[in-house]
Design a protein around this ligand. Sequence first.
Ligand SMILES: Nc1nc2c(c(=O)[nH]1)N[C@H]1C(S)=C(S)[C@@H](COP(=O)(O)O)O[C@H]1N2
Ligand SMILES: [Mo]
Length: 603
Amino acid sequence: MASVSTDSAGPPSAAALPPPPRSSVSPESVRSLRSQLLKGGDVVDPATWAGGIPQAHGIAPRVRIGRSKWFNLLWLLPIGFLMLIIAVAVAQGLRGLPAVQRFIAQHPGTVEPAGAAQNAGFPLWVAAQHFLTAFLIIFIIRSGLQILSDHPRLYWTRHSTPGKDWFRIQKPVPADPLWTAKQDSITLPRQVGLPGIRHSIGLARWWHLGTDTLFLLNGLVFYVLLFATGQWQRLIPTSWSVFPNALSVLIQYLSLHWPMENGWVAYNGLQLLAYFITVFVAAPLALITGLGMSPALSTRFKRISKLLSIQTARSLHFLVMAWFLLFILVHVTLVFTTGLQRNLNHIYAGRNDDGWVGLWLFVASMVVVIVSWVAATPFTLRHPRLVQRLGFALIGPAQRLFEHVDSTPGEYSEKDISPYFWHNGHYPDSDEYKALFDGNFADYRLRIGGLVDEPVELDLAELRALPHHEQITQHFCIQGWSGVARWGGVSMQTIMELVKPQPGARWVVFYSLGDGPNKGIYYDAHPIEQMSYHLTMLAYDMNGEPLSFGHGAPLRLRNETQLGFKQVKWIAGVEFVADYSEIGGGYGGYNQDHEFFGYRQSI
Ligand SMILES: Nc1nc2c(c(=O)[nH]1)N[C@H]1C(S)=C(S)[C@@H](COP(=O)(O)O)O[C@H]1N2
Ligand SMILES: [Mo]
């Protein structure tokens, strides 16, 4: 079926609709909702965090085999150990064979490229960049695990259907039809996750995206210097003989007879391949799969996103992390067992001897690493606003940039609609909402005001009489799940034609009928530019039915350039404002005020 949005000809256009008597609606009416907002705190108190969400631990990682069997990955530890012992026995047996001995003599392990002698040694920039890489990746991995623990499941399709996950560190999804993604999140040990408490994804993302940006810059400098200096010959295989040499080194390592090494001049074949994959495959893949999770880019580049859906990107992103962990483990083990002092002199001190300088520099760097590691969580809980500000300083420019991409291509077709759409957020529990719900929203009035020429109040019948807009689009929750649904309602363009924003209006604030988890009503501010995007609308229908209670009855926002938490549900009013610094805590939304999220969430 076609995926185009249908602006049906039937109902009258916005202009034809009789304007409500002006005197009856004050532009200030919606403003009164501001008094129901609460400022957030400036420190994290784990006891009241996210509405006092209790810590809840997950389970050991499991991978699904077949339809519903789950394999506990902890078994890999004994299995891996056993396989290693077998591999050592096999390698030692192999080394007794004359043919293998000839093979090793022929391919001792290292192929020196032509220019190797001139490029011998390690310049200081390599030492500095090696340290920075090691330092940053700790925070990248810790905050990445924190992000994963906010939706502790991985999938291969854009539908995040319970039971269809291929990996989880959480029990199966309970049958509760209103089970939320927040309830599904888990706690990590404090010194593993960053910042470590449950559902701290807002702060984790600042760490992750901020250190990613630094990692990326460091990597770009590394690429440039690598090719500018000829050092690339150390990392890029230039002859097919790298493969037999790598095999030879593998047999030598496993048989516990270390090969002859001269890392000062060139790496052995196995090392070369591992470094090459890490620098030129894994690192770029981390970036590409990271960008593959952006709502703005995925809606703009839907064709790529059809292949690399957010969930495929997320799963691959996780596997890239697993590669990095494996690499670090093997790399560090071999550095320690193949001549520690000389190895450390190479990379830390740029010297090719067995002295102590490299070791001392290494120890000093480890002190920096350990102190930063231990301090990161308490620092973040004490100074979350600083983390929020620093994070935005680093990744904000990219987030702003991606907000301008055209979301028009982001529509899907009927067959793409997700069989299961997660619920999320804090359900409204006020008497006011209950009364509205029980009365089938007959008394519901959407208030739109602020900096507009024609403030209005619309009931559901009036909203439904406005030109109908429909779109089948994908939702991207910040926690990591996604889903496609058909939304029916009114385009925000229609609303703007109706209310006529004044030139001073720069932001549009959506207030909810429901409170957030820490009390005070939920709200979120959006740049006015995005209100005229083709995929920005107020939805009263979902998949052909009136919006359910859980998904935001009677009215919710869709702005497909942004993450899920900005899609305010149970909308009470819409206010056009010059800026949002006077609203709530002044950070642009409930989660920004209370949970240190960012206000621009195109990525
Ligand atoms: N009023 C209100 N709107 C809200 C929330 C909330 O807690 N309160 N949660 C947000 C979050 S985090 C997400 S992912 C989406 C979830 O929408 P769904 O429950 O329809 O999937 O709603 C958003 N809108
Ligand atoms: Mo979300």
